[in-house]
Ligand binder design. Structure first.
Ligand SMILES: [Zn+2]
Ligand SMILES: [Zn+2]
Length: 344
C-alpha cells in the first residue's frame, strides 16, 4: 500500500511517501481503507519526537475515517462496507474507570493511533474496533475523520466535564481553533450565553457566525475585566481553558462564585500560580478534560449529521503531501483542519 512513513524524528521532510506491506486485521481488529485522515498539531509534536510512546519508523495519524474492507477474528458487530472513524486512543472496556464510562482514564489499554498503533497516513490501517465509532450516512469522510479530535472533544468539554446548562454563561479561550469553534457551536446549541476569546481581530467574525454572543479580541491575553463588564460584574459560570497557562489566571478571575474551570489545552506546557484562597471563598471547581470517549464520539458524529456542529475543513491534500500539511500547521497558516486523502 501507499503510506507516509516518518523515517526519523525531526523536520516535516522526514515524512516520506513509500510503498509498504499491507497491514492485516488481527484479533479484535478490522482493516480500514482510509478515506481521510486529519492532520492535528499533536502529529507535529509527535513528528518532532516529543511523544515517548512512538518509535520510528512510524505511520502517524489519529484522525482517520475509512471503510471496513476486512474483518479480523473475534470481532462482533462490524462488517465489510461499514464506515468507521477513530478515537484518539483505546481503552480496555473492563476496568473500574471504563465501567463508569470514563474511558479516557483507562490505564489498561492506553494505545494511541499514530503512536503504538500505525495510524491513518496510509491507504490501509488495521484498527482495533474498541477505538472506532460508526459514521452516519449523512457525513462526508473529511468531516468524519476530524470528528473525534474537534467535535468529540467539544462534547467531552462542554457537556461531560463542564456540565453546561441552559442559561449559564460560558467563556471559551482560544475559541477560533479546532476545538474552540466546535465548543462555541455546541454551547450555543445547548442554550448557554457564549463569550469567545481570540487573540486576533481577523478571527472575530467567524466566531460570531459560529454562535458566540460576545467576542473579546485580546491580543495581550487580558480579558477578565471585559468579561466582568459584559456580565454585569457577575463573571461566567464556566470557563473552557483551551490555551492553558498563558490565560489560566485571567480565566480564574473571570469566574463567577461557584464557577467551573475546564482545562483541556496547555499549548505552552508551562505551570501556573494558583491562589487557593480564591478557590476557597468562591467555591470554584477546576476540572481536567482529556480525549474523547466512544460514546462522545458517537454523540459528536450524530450532532454533525444533524447539522448542529459544522466541522471546519480547511482543505484536503493528497497523502503524499503530508509534509506540506505539517509545514502549514507549523507556520500557523491554517484555519480549520487540514485533511489527507490517498489519490487512488
Ligand atoms: Zn487530533
Ligand atoms: Zn479500562
Amino acid at each position: 500500500m501507499e503510506a507516509v512513513v516518518l523515517k526519523a524524528f525531526g523536520e516535516p521532510e522526514n515524512l516520506e511517501h513509500q510503498t509498504v506491506a499491507d497491514p492485516v486485521a488481527g484479533p479484535g481488529e478490522v482493516l480500514l481503507e482510509v478515506r481521510a485522515c486529519g492532520v492535528c498539531f499533536h502529529d507535529v509534536i509527535n513528528r518532532r519526537g516529543s511523544l515517548p510512546r512512538t518509535s520510528v519508523p512510524a505511520i502517524l495519524g489519529h484522525e482517520a475515517a475509512g471503510e471496513v474492507v476486512a474483518v479480523g477474528p473475534d470481532v462482533e458487530g462490524w462488517s465489510v462496507g461499514d464506515r468507521a472513524a477513530t478515537l484518539q486512543r483505546l481503552h480496555c472496556g473492563a476496568c473500574s474507570h471504563c465501567g463508569r464510562g470514563r474511558n479516557s482514564l483507562c490505564k489498561d489499554d492506553t494505545r494511541f493511533f499514530g503512536e503504538e498503533i500505525p495510524g491513518g497516513y496510509a491507504e490501509l490501517m488495521a484498527a482495533p474496533v474498541a477505538g472506532l465509532g460508526r459514521i452516519p450516512e449523512a457525513i462526508g469522510w473529511p468531516e468524519a475523520a476530524t470528528a473525534c479530535c474537534t467535535s468529540g472533544t467539544a462534547v467531552h468539554v462542554v457537556r461531560t466535564r463542564g456540565r453546561v446548562e441552559k442559561g449559564e454563561t460560558i467563556l471559551i479561550t482560544g475559541a477560533s481553533g479546532g476545538v474552540g469553534m466546535q465548543a462555541v457551536q455546541l454551547a450555543r446549541h445547548d442554550g448557554a450565553r457564549v463569550v469567545a476569546v481570540t487573540s486576533s481581530e481577523t478571527k472575530a467574525a467567524a466566531l460570531s457566525e459560529a454562535g458566540a454572543h460576545d467576542v473579546i479580541v485580546a491580543p495581550e491575553l487580558e480579558f477578565a475585566r471585559r468579561v466582568r463588564e459584559i456580565t454585569n460584574g457577575e463573571g461566567v459560570d464556566v470557563a473552557i481553558e483551551i490555551v492553558g497557562s498563558a490565560t489560566f489566571e485571567q480565566s480564574m478571575r473571570a469566574l463567577a462564585p461557584g464557577g467551573r474551570l475546564v482545562v483541556v489545552g496547555n499549548l505552552e506546557t508551562r505551570s501556573v500560580a494558583l491562589n487557593p484562597g480564591l478557590v476557597i471563598v468562591k467555591e470554584l471547581e477546576i476540572l481536567g478534560a482529556y480525549a474523547t470517549t466512544k460514546k462522545e464520539l458517537q454523540e459528536a458524529l450524530e450532532l454533525i449529521g444533524r447539522g448542529v456542529l459544522r466541522p471546519w475543513i480547511a482543505g484536503v491534500l493528497p497523502l503524499r503531501q503530508a509534509w506540506r500539511a505539517h509545514q502549514l500547521l507549523e507556520e500557523r497558516a491554517v484555519a480549520g483542519r487540514l485533511v489527507l486523502a490517498a489519490e487512488s
